[in-house]
Design a protein around this ligand. Sequence first.
Ligand code: C2E
Ligand code: CA
Ligand code: CA
Ligand code: CA
Length: 284
Amino acid sequence: AKAAGGNRYEVADAASDARVIARHSLTNGLPAALEKGEFFIEYQPLVRLEDGTVRGAEALVRWLHPVHGVLGPDQFITLAENTGLIVPLGRWVLAEAARQARAWRDAGHDGEPLRVNVNLSPCQLRYPDLVSDTVAVLDEAGLDPAALCLEVTENDLIGADEEALRPLRQLADLGVDIALDDFGTGYSNLAYLRRLPVSTLKLDRSFTLGMQRAPADPVDVKIVEGIVSLAHTLDLAVTVEGVETGSQAEHLRMLGCDTAQGWYYARPGPPDRLHELALTDVAS
Ligand code: C2E
Ligand code: CA
Ligand code: CA
Ligand code: CA
């Protein structure tokens, strides 16, 4: 047991060394990765709970690393933020997603055009050209602002004054949808919600985990019920993430949630698949 203890110490040390090295090599590879076209986007459908129709998708960036294979955003977004690459990378994601949403529209699809959700990092929120860049991207793609939803996390907006919120407000005035991502995980007070230019709350997965199996966790049910009623009072739509089972989807629909996203419907995937899903009925 003593020897194991000693080994454990060595293993831990080696592992943290490996992490430092990995972080270095990832950071060094980041700027060139954008030029070399190593990033790609997967799309995960957003489904209207009322009738099971696909209303759009969230764009989720991945990095096809030449050595490490496909890396998820959790492995490189923080690095991109720390090195400033997040601004050009974020602009690329936005342009690519807008181009894709336009392609879905052109491919023909009955009903409302599919919309695309794009994540914004706090660095992008503070970037002075956010509004003009976004307008340029929409223009170039020939995409209606209403077909774009920008997701910002609750924590990124905490403490933001009118000045800091102005770019988001300008985008909202142009018709871009703003969603408050990971809602419920931060510490914003609820009255503050009224001052934000947001139209959708994206309820964090942690709130709906307890509803994956029947019977659902009664406390989670009460919390979701409360949030939905508050959101609707404030004229906000509610999107739920992490929907993995049919009973969870049905329960969330009965509680009045508007839109759902999760593995029950589809994992994030290539853009063409979204169009196929939109033409069929994912919930049936
Ligand atoms: P998020 O915005 O909360 O995105 C949802 C995450 O939950 C995605 O992870 C998605 O793959 C995962 N997910 C979806 N459905 C389910 C489900 O039913 N069960 C479970 N367990 N997980 C599910 P992913 O793709 O690894 O993205 C992680 C985070 O990286 C995102 O969290 C988002 O904050 C960030 N991110 C992704 N793309 C971008 C981007 O282009 N820019 C920036 N700034 N951040 C991004
Ligand atoms: Ca998101
Ligand atoms: Ca989220
Ligand atoms: Ca989340």
